[in-house]
Design a protein. Structure first.
Length: 270
């Protein structure tokens, strides 16, 4: 039986055609013919003209509103019979909220990459796109209990943007050179695993064949994400493993969620 994974990006994939194509090809290589990975982004038009996902990193309220799309889509995935949701975004948007609302596995990039990297080394170097993203990642690293294992979260200067990376798929040499220089700095500081901490950045490194630098592994964070989702699907099928329903992932009554959704929507309309 085919396993179906709902891929959920934080970007508008219609605005990043090179990235979307590379994601589809990469998912097919990682998962094989018996797994159907269906790509979804945020709703087209979510970001105003001239804005990309990276541009909203410093605005908590904007990210909170976009997170609601992610949670909504996780609920849709379960309703439509998907076996898991893979949130391909390193700020782990809506992750805990979604886990409290659906029974299918929901995984996201930052948490998954840290967990997998812990089996490959003991000191991690992470590369994001800009300072705002690094600040968010710092908070997640602390929350997940990996503060003492992360050497540094690098922020390239000048900062990188998703559309710049998307355009580089046709000729990636200059961007790959910048990234490998950042990786070398992290290795010099003691990193023994490198985590490309952004989806388009990771896909570009995979496209460029960058798997190791100075014999230090460069994690394929998207490959790890899909593989982790598949593992949890298998564990759910074979052993009934699901998120706990007391404490952090306690599931609210359905009627309560619908009521608050209606009231909240009315509040924004006034």
């Amino acid at each position: 039986m085919t396993i179906r994974i709902w891929h959920q990006s934080y970007t508008d994939l219609t605005a990043l055609p090179g990235y979307a194509q590379m994601l589809a090809e990469h998912a097919a290589r990682i998962c094989g013919p018996d797994v159907d990975v269906v790509l979804h982004g945020v709703d087209p038009g979510t970001y105003p003209k001239g804005f990309m996902a990276v541009d909203v990193g410093g605005f908590e309220m904007v990210r909170t509103l976009i997170d609601q799309q992610i949670v909504r889509n996780c609920m849709r995935a379960e309703e439509q019979g998907f076996d898991a949701v893979a949130i391909s975004c390193f700020v782990d948007p809506g992750l805990d909220l979604a886990r409290s609302l659906v029974d299918i596995p929901v995984v996201s990039s930052c948490q998954t990459s840290l967990l997998v990297s812990a089996t490959m080394g003991t000191r991690f170097g992470m590369i994001g796109l800009d300072r705002n993203m690094a600040d968010i990642l710092t908070g997640l690293v602390d929350r997940y209990g990996f503060r003492d294992k992360v050497v540094r979260i690098a922020s390239p200067e000048p900062p990188l943007r998703e559309n710049e990376l998307d355009a580089a798929f046709a000729d990636p040499a200059h961007i790959l050179d910048r990234l490998t220089q950042e990786i070398a700095k992290l290795i010099a500081e003691g990193a023994d695993v490198i985590i490309p901490a952004e989806g388009v950045l990771n896909t570009l490194l995979v496209h460029g064949g960058v798997q190791r630098v100075q014999d230090v592994p460069v994690l394929d964070s998207y490959g790890a994400l899909l593989s982790y989702a598949l593992m949890l699907v298998q564990l759910q099928e074979t052993s009934g493993l699901r998120a706990g329903r007391t404490g952090h992932y306690a599931r609210p009554p359905a009627g309560l969620v619908r009521h608050v959704q209606r009231v909240s929507a009315q509040g924004w309309d006034t």
